[in-house]
Design a protein around this ligand. Structure first.
Ligand SMILES: [Zn+2]
Length: 373
């Protein structure tokens, strides 16, 4: 019986393959506006959205042909694909009436981000300026990479009287949907909704906490946050720059008091809220807040693999090794890049040898514990 399978399989293929090919060519003649595209999710952190592609707008004169992603003012907005910023009004001239918006262009497709933030934190004053709409360095002609921070969600333009949201649309000249709209250019809008759902399902909600600090972080941004909490809540925190349980509890108390999501994560919304309370802006952490370890093995064996392992656990181990004075093969301090590459492997083996551990280049519980000893 087993021997028959390849033959049966081949026969089935011969019958099915032409049908599949026919189907593909038919599909390209009438493209599906709901096709799933390969995108990263544009809004960091929690947000809500529905499929409103065909919803009427302007009293039925047009359809929405976009997805509105609702969040809070100041929520980070990221590049869904790598490409070029091809539209970014309001930098060298006043904000236009339609508000702050960004477009990323790539291969004839335009991804638009509309209603970006135009308010100073905690207000609806319209005085935020482009610095609170677009991330530093974002302007026309700049190349951005998928997942990169490009701006902040808001309510500029004709969204002033709506809850803050990102109007996200995909305009693809290679796509035409003659059934939906009469105005010719409107036939090129794809429905972002299925692609957004797919990105979320894959977990590709980029940098949900990028530039944010939380339990386990340390550094200047944490210290600034502790000082701000002390001003806002009279929290009496030590300002040691280590985001420990007391800072976490005070952060959550602050978030609860301000009606924010109580997650202990100090992101743009929480920073904006504390600026409103204290009248003093608090600098956000960089892209990569420093981790502090409590020495607990994170659970994954780290070793040189192909492709290389990457993650916060690798970064944390590298940072600690660097602190201990370990260097790469070139003699420079061990790079803390989160990739377990040849330099990490080399340092791991030498370290194991020094500590009298099994020299296998594998960071398991005992090597981890020795590193953080
Ligand atoms: Zn919209």
């Amino acid at each position: 019986m087993h021997r028959d399978f390849p033959l049966v399989g081949a026969v089935v293929l011969l019958i099915v393959l032409p049908l599949v090919l026919l189907n593909v060519s038919h599909a390209s003649a009438a493209p599906d506006r709901n096709a799933v595209l390969d995108l990263a999710f544009p809004v960091a952190g929690s947000s809500t959205y529905d499929d409103t592609y065909t919803a009427n707008r302007d009293g039925g004169d047009r359809r929405h042909q976009a997805t509105d992603i609702f969040g809070v003012k100041g929520q980070a907005v990221h590049a869904v694909v790598s490409g070029e910023i091809c539209f970014a009004p309001g930098i060298d001239e006043p904000m236009p009436g339609y508000g702050y918006m960004l477009r990323i262009c790539r291969d004839g497709v335009t991804y638009s981000y509309i209603h970006l933030n135009n308010d100073t934190p905690g207000t609806d004053d319209g005085q935020g300026g482009h610095e609170r709409a677009y991330a530093p360095g974002i302007r026309v002609g700049v190349q951005v990479t998928r997942g990169q921070l490009i701006g902040w969600l808001g309510d500029s333009g004709n969204a002033e009287d709506t809850p803050p949201h990102l109007h996200f649309s995909i305009f693809d000249t290679a796509f035409e949907d003659p059934e939906l709209e009469r105005a010719p250019w409107r036939q090129h809008y794809r429905n972002p909704y299925p692609s957004l759902v797919a990105a979320e399902a894959r977990g590709e909600v980029p940098g949900a906490t990028s530039g944010a600090i939380r339990l386990g972080h340390r550094g200047e941004a944490v210290q600034a946050w502790q000082e701000a909490l002390n001003r806002a809540l009279d929290a009496g925190l030590g300002t040691d720059g280590v985001f420990g349980p007391a800072t976490d509890a005070a952060t959550r108390a602050f978030q609860e008091a301000r009606g924010l999501e109580v997650d202990g994560i100090v992101g743009p919304a929480t920073l904006a809220a504390i600026e409103t309370v204290t009248g003093t802006p608090v600098a956000a952490a960089g892209d990569d807040p420093q981790q502090v370890s409590d020495g607990t093995f994170p659970g994954r064996l780290l070793r040189l693999t192909d492709p290389m392992l990457r993650g916060e656990d690798v970064r944390e181990w590298q940072a600690r090794m660097r602190e201990r004075g370990w260097r790469g093969a070139d003699g420079a301090p061990l790079e803390v890049d989160g990739w377990f590459g040849p330099d990490s492997d080399r340092a791991a083996r030498l370290f194991q040898e020094e500590k009298g551990l099994t020299v296998d280049g594998v960071i398991g519980p005992s090597t981890w514990a020795a590193t953080f000893d």
